[in-house]
Design a protein around this ligand. Structure first.
Ligand code: SAM
Length: 201
């Protein structure tokens, strides 16, 4: 799965562009979603599956110059765009690797923000376990999409994307998986967008 994703996203890297990059209305919509994450100045945050780094400024705007953001992506071509797009920021560290095994010390993070990437992580338990290892006690895991799960899964099921396995599990399965890996779900929404906030116990 990891190699498959790497191939798919390396191929998509050049043309991949999020709506919010050029559409101000969409940017405002994403900003509104990010407000509920609870990001604060000085936080140490991981963004696994960062892609071209187009979402990262939403995090950086909240964590500020005192914060630290670790970016991880399996696809080197996506990551190269991220490095270029984010070159003005000094408090970022990049890791071109699988987000289920990140070469970072345990318990250093305040928050893990998985934005528009969770369906691609498989097997999901392995990733959640890694996020748990990296988070401090009571640290926060955010799993978020700019659309509801029904739309995401429809999109990935579309023949042209070749991503049928990259699915966002239903609410019951998500809660069960998170609980098993030592998280408690604090908030869940799945209407205009998908939002799940869980806390490490
Ligand atoms: C749909 S893109 C989203 C990118 C970014 N979060 C955004 O919103 O623009 C998903 C990203 O996850 C990355 N990815 C997929 N599997 C991964 C894995 N096992 N470890 C790290 N990154 C992965 C892909 O390479 C791709 O860049």
């Amino acid at each position: 799965m990891v190699n498959e994703n790497k191939k798919i996203f390396n191929k998509l890297a050049q043309s991949y562009k999020n709506l919010w990059v050029n559409d101000i209305k969409e940017k405002r919509r994403v900003e509104k979603i990010v407000k509920i994450f609870g990001l604060k100045k000085g936080m140490c945050v991981l963004e696994p599956g960062c892609g071209r780094g187009e979402f990262t400024p939403f995090i950086l705007n909240k964590t500020g110059s005192q914060g630290k953001v670790y970016l991880v992506d399996i696809a080197d071509k996506m990551m190269n765009y991220a490095k270029n797009n984010l070159k003005k920021y000094k408090n970022i560290k990049f890791f071109n690797c699988c987000a289920s095994k990140i070469p970072l010390q345990s318990q250093i993070l305040d928050m893990v923000v998985v934005f528009n990437s969770f369906p691609h992580f498989y097997p999901k338990e392995k990733f959640i376990k890694e996020f748990n290892r990296l988070l401090k006690e009571k640290g926060i895991l955010i799993i978020c999409h700019d659309m509801p799960s029904r739309k995401i899964n429809e999109l990935h099921n579309n023949e042209k994307f070749n991503m049928k396995k990259n699915i966002l599990p239903d609410k019951k399965e998500m809660f069960k998986m998170l609980m098993k890996q030592g998280f408690v779900v604090k908030k869940y929404e799945n209407k205009e967008y998908y939002f799940l906030k869980a806390q490490k116990q």
